[in-house]
Design a protein around this ligand. Structure first.
Ligand SMILES: [Zn+2]
Length: 283
């Protein structure tokens, strides 16, 4: 089983990360994608991914941390350098969040726009057939991996229309985006599905208070769906009181959704893991 979105670098997980990974493996969660939320955080995730073969990482600037990034070239260079790593499977998470008043929305939009430009820049290169040189590959492997299309992880909270507008005008293939931790309305979900992106669900769908959300997610076609923990946050039922959340609990998200879809856990897991392997190009 794959946890497609966790933060193994965060407090609560990082200081005992070997145990967290071992506990996940014991629960059949054998691969994890540790999502970077700033360049420095991505660097920590990268170090972990180089130490653990079953850990992948991503690099992006989360909207919560957008404040203070005023140098576009410096930010994009830092992200480019991470994206060049073969263990880096996505750009992001990045996006828009209206849940908190800070940082100001225009600050969030600015760094999101820059990161979309970065993705578009590499899309053009890969369409032309250019190969990206991975920095730390042995010479005989250099130039053999296309950098993009890499996956792009979108954080959207209460900003679906704004997010879709910016993704639409980026010109990037909608199938490259995943809306991670989807928690919106059925209407918002329909817009995302019509746009053509993937949708990923966390333990929030298992919460008794989220019955409408769970019902709405039934409309996600099986081949557009992925699952994640977003740990250390959002422990799924029946372990909601366990803090922090850990990748091993992705199995409980899977069980809940398999039941809703009247599927066996094995069939459901095989389907969402196939999606994750395809979307993130895991080997
Ligand atoms: Zn996250």
């Amino acid at each position: 089983m794959i946890d497609t979105h966790c933060h193994l670098t965060y407090d609560g997980l990082h200081e005992r990360v070997d145990d967290v990974i071992a506990a996940a493996s014991a629960a059949d969660v054998d691969r994890m994608i540790s999502v970077g939320t700033t360049p420095a955080d991505a660097e920590k995730a990268r170090a972990l991914s180089h130490r653990k073969p079953n850990i992948y990482f991503t690099a992006g600037l989360h909207p919560h941390y957008a404040e203070g990034y005023t140098d576009k070239a410096a930010l994009l260079d830092a992200l480019r350098e991470k994206l060049a790593d073969p263990k880096c499977v996505a750009l992001g998470e990045m996006g828009l969040d209206r849940h908190y008043p800070e940082p100001p929305f225009d600050v969030q939009q600015r760094v999101f726009e820059w990161q979309l430009e970065l993705a578009a820049e590499f899309s053009e290169k890969s369409e032309k057939g250019d190969k990206y040189l991975f920095l730390d590959q042995p010479d005989d492997k250099k130039g053999t991996y296309p950098l993009f299309p890499k996956a792009i992880i979108i954080h959207n909270r209460q900003a679906t229309d704004d997010t879709l507008a910016m993704l639409g005008s980026s010109g990037i293939d909608p199938a490259r985006f995943v809306f991670h931790c989807f928690t919106g309305t059925a209407d918002e979900l329909d817009k995302i599905l019509a746009f053509g992106s993937m949708v990923s669900l966390t333990g929030i769908v298992t919460f008794a208070s989220a019955i409408d959300l769970a019902a709405a997610t039934d409309r996600i076609p099986l081949d557009r769906l992925m699952i994640e923990t977003d740990s250390p946050y959002l422990t799924p039922a029946p372990y909601r009181k366990v803090r922090p959340n850990e990748p091993r609990y992705v199995a409980d998200v899977a069980r809940f959704l398999a039941d809703r879809r009247a599927m066996s856990l094995d069939d459901f897991t095989a389907a969402v893991d196939t999606n994750a392997e395809r979307f993130f190009r895991l080997n």
